[in-house]
Design a protein around this ligand. Structure first.
Ligand SMILES: [Zn+2]
Length: 63
């Protein structure tokens, strides 16, 4: 995963899993080089296969 703005792979990640909805995972990221913030939104497509997450890249902008 690289920063969409500067291409750096140097970023920190915070993982958030909404407690009432455990088949969705948000990963909030901030680039350590240009401080751009963005996030990914992962959806579990098959509830019985925990590895079947589909990762969607969503730009949250200034969260
Ligand atoms: Zn960056």
């Amino acid at each position: 995963m690289r920063c969409p703005q500067c291409g750096s792979s140097n970023h920190r990640v915070e993982v958030s899993r909404p407690s009432m909805n455990d088949h969705v995972i948000y990963r909030y990221r901030q680039c350590k080089d240009c401080h751009r913030r963005w996030g990914t939104y992962e959806v579990l497509l098959d509830y019985f296969d925990k590895d079947a997450y589909k990762q969607l890249l969503i730009d949250f902008g200034e969260w």
